[in-house]
Design a protein around this ligand. Structure first.
Ligand code: CDP
Length: 234
């Protein structure tokens, strides 16, 4: 089934294959989006990694996020790149590991609220989509803002304790010492800021298929997305 789809897309509609996947932290977006992109042989873009890289820069420069005019000059001299192997570069430096640290987790949603940051990121993401033959892009505002014209839009969700548990296990595997309580607090706080911000908040847009991943495996979610694409292209 997945192999048939793979062939079909390789031969026909890869040139317009734009898939938007949004959802809160721990909903399984990254793993699922990466796998869908791999099977369809298209680009995968983790937009959260871009916000994390900008956040790292502002943290390193001890930028006062509430000071008017402090952020924009810094943004002008900041270059974020995502390489084909998913490494993330900040001003030419590989920061792939550092963008996942607790210091970045703690403030990334505050940075992502800033309209100047969003403008820069959205522009860059739209440029990447424009030059890609096909793309699976995941984040918070992909269907609403970055690729509103994407023919395939999905919103992944799961119960908060399940999302927190997934994230807690991921962090533990990476050797980051964090309690489950810390993790649940952190993603709860980020979810709130991400959904309540004025500029392109996390929300379900019309025409988006919602997938509750609470009791689904990664493979089951991937299959639902591939089936969703198939149905809509019949
Ligand atoms: O992996 P996780 O779901 O925890 O987060 P992420 O995708 O790495 O995104 C980190 C943060 O970046 C989110 O909590 C949002 O504040 C912000 N973000 C955003 O505002 N818009 C996006 N398209 C992607 C991420």
């Amino acid at each position: 089934m997945a192999e048939d789809l793979e062939k079909e897309y390789d031969m026909s509609i890869n040139s317009q294959l734009k898939i938007a996947i949004d959802g809160p932290a721990g909903s399984g977006k990254s793993t699922v989006a990466r796998e869908v992109a791999r099977r369809l042989n298209v680009v995968y873009l983790d937009t959260g990694a871009m916000y994390r890289a900008i956040t790292l820069k502002l943290v390193r420069e001890s930028c006062d996020l509430s000071a008017p005019g402090a952020v924009e000059p810094l943004l002008e001299r900041t270059v974020v790149q995502i390489l084909a192997d998913e490494r993330i570069m900040l001003d030419g430096e590989d920061v792939t590991g550092e963008i996942r640290t607790p210091a970045v987790n703690a403030v990334v949603s505050r940075v992502a609220e800033l309209p100047a940051v969003r403008r820069k990121m959205v522009r860059q993401q739209q440029e990447i989509a424009a030059v890609s033959k096909g793309i699976v892009m995941e984040g918070r505002d992909i269907a609403s803002t970055v690729m509103p014209d994407a023919p395939f839009k999905f919103y992944l969700d799961a119960a908060l304790p399940v999302r927190a548990r997934r994230r807690f296990l991921e962090q533990r595997d990476q050797g980051l010492s964090h309690s489950y309580e810390n993790t649940i607090d952190e993603i709860n706080k980020r979810d709130r800021i991400d959904s309540e911000r004025a500029d392109s908040p996390l929300r379900v847009t019309p025409g988006t298929a919602i997938i509750d991943t609470t009791s689904l495996t990664i493979e089951e979610v991937v299959e639902r997305i591939l089936q969703g694409i198939n149905l809509q292209t019949d």
